[in-house]
Write a protein that binds this ligand. Structure first.
Ligand code: SF4
Length: 228
């Protein structure tokens, strides 16, 4: 895999597990609020970290770390993701995958071969607004299939939406909840406006409504949602 970053120890990326986080390079979306632009914009890529170096580090931390979170960028763009996960599993690690849900075939393989223990999928917007949000062509049927896999296979999972109020409004959160009905967990994430893919300030795209204010507005419309 093209690995653009390694966080050697994290308490935040894999709930309740001491974990390292591996960041892959490259993404098929261009969310303006993306806070990992150096993993998305090829002009900002650093030379990749050799995969063997990462695996050697993880081998040396067996028994100290419980899990590995694979994040990005979009990890499922990398055909060798399953073989990377197999090596982590052979070391006894729990594996969490962060994904944008555009590759349900890869997710199906990872789930059926038990190569991942937890999947956190970004659900960017109601499907009708996806293209405007991610600024790329998007196969919404693939997104639907990924949600169905999470819902139907029993894999532990969560879905999350970044609250980006220039394109979302409270009614959209209700639409999202309807589209992902039956999934286990859904949260709204805060938009972190610093170091984003687009210069939100320059584009006057900086958020006007904080997530707490949005949640209050949603409550008045009968929509209940958690925040992280
Ligand atoms: S937020 Fe995620 S899906 Fe969107 S561009 Fe960044 S890495 Fe890709």
């Amino acid at each position: 895999m093209r690995i653009g970053g390694l966080e050697r120890f994290s308490m935040a990326d894999y709930d309740n597990h001491l974990a390292a986080t591996v960041f892959t390079q490259g993404c098929n979306f261009r969310c303006p609020y993306c806070h990992n632009p150096e993993l998305v914009d090829a002009h900002r890529f650093e030379p990749p970290i050799p995969e063997d170096e990462v695996l050697d580090f993880l081998a040396s931390r067996r028994g100290l770390l419980e899990g590995v979170c694979i994040s990005g960028g979009e990890p499922t763009l990398h055909d060798d993701l399953p073989s990377f996960c197999r090596r982590l599993k052979a070391m006894g690690y729990r594996v969490k995958l962060d994904t944008n849900g555009t590759n349900p075939d890869m997710l199906a393989l990872l789930i059926h071969e038990r190569l991942v223990d937890y999947i956190a999928m970004d659900y960017k917007a109601p499907l009708a607004k996806y293209r405007a949000m991610v600024r790329m062509r998007v196969d919404t049927e693939a997104i639907r299939r990924s949600v169905k896999l999470l819902r139907d296979t029993g894999i532990d999972h969560e879905l999350r939406t970044t609250w980006f109020d220039l394109l979302l409004e409270p009614a959209d959160v209700l639409a999202i909840q309807e589209e992902i009905a039956g999934c286990r967990r859904f949260t709204l994430q805060r938009c972190r406006p610093d170091n984003t893919l687009e210069d939100l300030e320059q584009l006057r795209l900086h958020p006007r409504t904080g997530v707490e204010e949005a949640v209050e507005m949603m409550k008045k419309e009968g929509v209940s949602v958690g925040v992280r």
